[in-house]
Design a protein around this ligand. Structure first.
Ligand SMILES: Nc1ncnc2c1ncn2[C@@H]1O[C@H](COP(=O)(O)OP(=O)(O)OP(=O)(O)O)[C@@H](O)[C@H]1O
Length: 284
């Protein structure tokens, strides 16, 4: 099998105050996958994400991006390969215009002139924000700022796009439009979310982190319909939302009635299931 874009092995991490947040996490994401990272508050999702581009460094275990170890001497290239879109777009937008914000990352990598302009406009077009290129980010709506934050990362031409709660604080139309944008991108996606319908809509595969360990890794449909798993790890679907009533096969890669039963670990959690390395969201 090809080298995973994200290859996390045995990752353990304790914060300086002694709090152990991750206990031997394994996560392998292949090119073109869209994977949701689910789990209750305090599960360790953010801690894991912060290891993917070296903001935190592994206490034990290893993290590699397309074969490149996430280590101090490789951080510039790792950060080009892994683009993180944080939950609050204002953490990523700090320049006078949208153009300057989107150009900031590639310019730091030495991209100049027409190539830089091309990257900026291509990234803004991907998120439907090209017409706002000369506006100050603080004049944009929250949903528009989130799209520009995605563009700042796309302009780096990353191999993997990591999104922290991409649907939070968006109105239903903006939420749907962002889903359409994310689905249209030709990039590997890891999405941290508490929005389980969004995970089902966008990500064929879900990994559940709980108490600093991976407790399930399988098709999103299988995860969300495993009532015992959901209860055990405080995952709740919105009132009235039934994944079984969603278009068959969406988020699974295979129609549910054709899917083999998911594999489970000793504690009964899903560990793998078929159809996890495809993007059946593209079926829509
Ligand atoms: N800077 C820190 N110092 C000490 N402990 C921390 C720090 N940041 C997070 N933690 C602890 O590490 C654990 C994992 O936190 P983390 O933020 O990774 O969880 P999460 O899954 O992202 O949660 P949420 O869904 O609430 O965002 C929690 O118990 C948290 O209290």
């Amino acid at each position: 099998m090809s080298t995973p874009v994200l290859d996390v092995r045995g990752l353990a991490y304790g914060y300086p105050d002694g709090h152990q947040a991750l206990f031997g996490v394994d996560l392998h994401v292949h090119r073109g996958e869209r994977v949701a990272l689910l789990g209750p508050n305090g599960a360790g999702k953010t801690t894991l994400v912060l290891h993917l581009n070296g903001i935190l460094t592994a206490g034990a275990g290893s993290v590699a991006v397309s074969g490149l170890p996430v280590e101090k001497q490789h951080l510039q290239e790792v950060r080009r390969r892994v683009g993180i879109v944080f939950q609050d777009p204002d953490d990523q937008l700090f320049m006078g215009t949208v153009r300057q914000d989107v150009a900031f990352g590639p310019a730091n990598l030495g991209v100049r002139g027409a190539d830089l302009d091309r990257r900026v406009m291509a990234a803004l077009e991907q998120v439907g924000m090209a017409e706002h290129v000369d506006r100050p980010p603080h004049h944009l709506s929250f949903g528009q700022r989130r799209r520009v934050a995605v563009a700042t990362v796309l302009a780096m031409e990353p191999e993997v796009l990591v999104l922290d709660e991409p649907s939070s604080n968006l109105d239903p139309a903006s939420r749907r439009e962002l889903a359409d944008i994310l689905r249209s991108l030709d990039v590997t996606v890891l999405m941290v979310t508490h929005d389980l319908p969004y995970a089902l809509e966008l990500c064929p595969r879900s990994v559940v982190l709980s108490g600093g360990t991976v407790v399930a890794d399988g098709s999103t449909y299988d995860v969300l319909t495993d009532d015992a798993l959901m209860r055990a790890h405080r995952l709740e679907l919105p009132f009235g939302f039934d994944p079984r009533s969603v278009r068959p096969g969406l988020g699974t890669g295979v129609a549910p009635d054709r899917a083999a039963p998911p594999r489970t670990d000793a504690a009964g959690g899903l560990v793998a299931s078929p159809g996890t390395h495809t993007n059946p969201g593209d079926l829509t």
